[in-house]
Design a protein around this ligand. Sequence first.
Ligand SMILES: Cc1cc2nc3c(=O)[nH]c(=O)nc-3n(C[C@H](O)[C@H](O)[C@H](O)COP(=O)(O)O)c2cc1C
Length: 147
Amino acid sequence: MLVRLIYASKVRDGLAPGDIDHILARSQANNARVGVTGALCYTGGVFLQCLEGGRREVNEVYHRIVGDTRHRDPAILGFTEVTARDFADWAMGYVGYTADNRALFLKYCPRPEFDPYTMSTASVEALLHELLGVARWKTARTERPSS
Ligand SMILES: Cc1cc2nc3c(=O)[nH]c(=O)nc-3n(C[C@H](O)[C@H](O)[C@H](O)COP(=O)(O)O)c2cc1C
C-alpha cells in the first residue's frame, strides 16, 4: 500500500551552511534504499516535507526525522493512501523560496507569510503539485541543475 505523509516543522536554531545539503544527501541515500520518494521545502524557518512510499517505510522514515534535533514542533498535515506517487523521480527533491516561486508559496496560504500550519491538506497538496511543475529542483548539491 502506497501512502503520502505531509508534515511541517520549524527549524530549531537556524541552519548552518551546508545543513540542507547534508539533510538532502542523507535523505537521498536512505530513502532510495527503502523506496521512499518526496520533496522538502524550506523557507522562513519552516520546513514542509512530503514523504511517499510503502506505509511501513514512510512511518519509519518519518519517526526518524521527527527525532532530529535540528527541527521542532512537527505537525502532520496529511496522511493519505494514494494510488500513485507525485514525486517518483526524487528520493528527496528540494525547493527553497525564490523570487520566482514567492507568489506560489502564498497562493494557498491564508496568512501573509508562508505558514503551512494554517493550511488545509488539500492546499498543501496543491502547493506541492504546483511547485513540482515550476520550481527548480535539486537532487543533491553535486547534481544541482544549471540555471
Ligand atoms: C527537515 C528534515 C527532513 C529530513 N528528511 C529526511 C528524509 O527524508 N530521509 C532521511 O533519511 N533523513 C531525513 N532527515 C535526516 C534525519 O533526521 C536523520 O538525520 C538521518 O536520516 C540520519 O541518517 P544517517 O543515520 O544515515 O546519517 C531529515 C532531517 C530534517 C531536519
